[in-house]
Design a protein around this ligand. Structure first.
Ligand SMILES: [Zn+2]
Length: 142
């Protein structure tokens, strides 16, 4: 039988207060593309490349595992914006297909590119706030 943890977690009032992480605040900071802990350091070093650590507070960003979730979320968000718009315009005005495609395709592309980095930042922020994938200093092996 394997042991659950090599180090026992000792919770005190001070550690509980110091370790409190607000999910909503971290999500908003990640969406703004800044560090979810301090809200000042940059989260990204390239368009979709998360930096290794925060330049202000030194938080290690390497445990994040955003993977494909930001892309799925962007597809859902943009799809729920563009499809109802296209259906409403088609049912009310019936413009030519070429005109519709010349509007919807660039709109979908630019909206997706615009949302991809903020959504990825929000995902990383939520992962940090929920102590997922090694963002928990008390149990760094996960
Ligand atoms: Zn920071």
């Amino acid at each position: 039988m394997e042991s659950l943890s090599a180090r026992p977690i000792v919770w005190t009032r001070e550690t509980a207060i110091a370790e409190k992480r607000n999910v909503w605040t971290a999500l908003k900071r990640g969406f703004r593309r800044v560090c979810p802990r301090c809200g000042e350091g940059k989260l990204f070093r390239a368009f979709l490349k998360v930096d290794d650590h925060c330049s202000v507070c030194g938080l290690d960003f390497t445990p994040h595992r955003a993977d494909d979730l930001p892309a799925y979320l962007v597809i859902i968000i943009v799809g729920h914006l563009v499809v109802p718009l296209a259906l409403m315009i088609e049912t009310n005005y019936s413009p030519p297909v070429a005109l519709q495609l010349s509007i919807y395709l660039p709109l979908t592309l630019f909206a997706s590119l615009l949302l991809l980095q903020p959504v990825k930042g929000a995902v990383v922020g939520v992962q940090w706030a929920l102590r997922m994938h090694g963002f928990d200093e008390q149990n760094p092996t996960e």
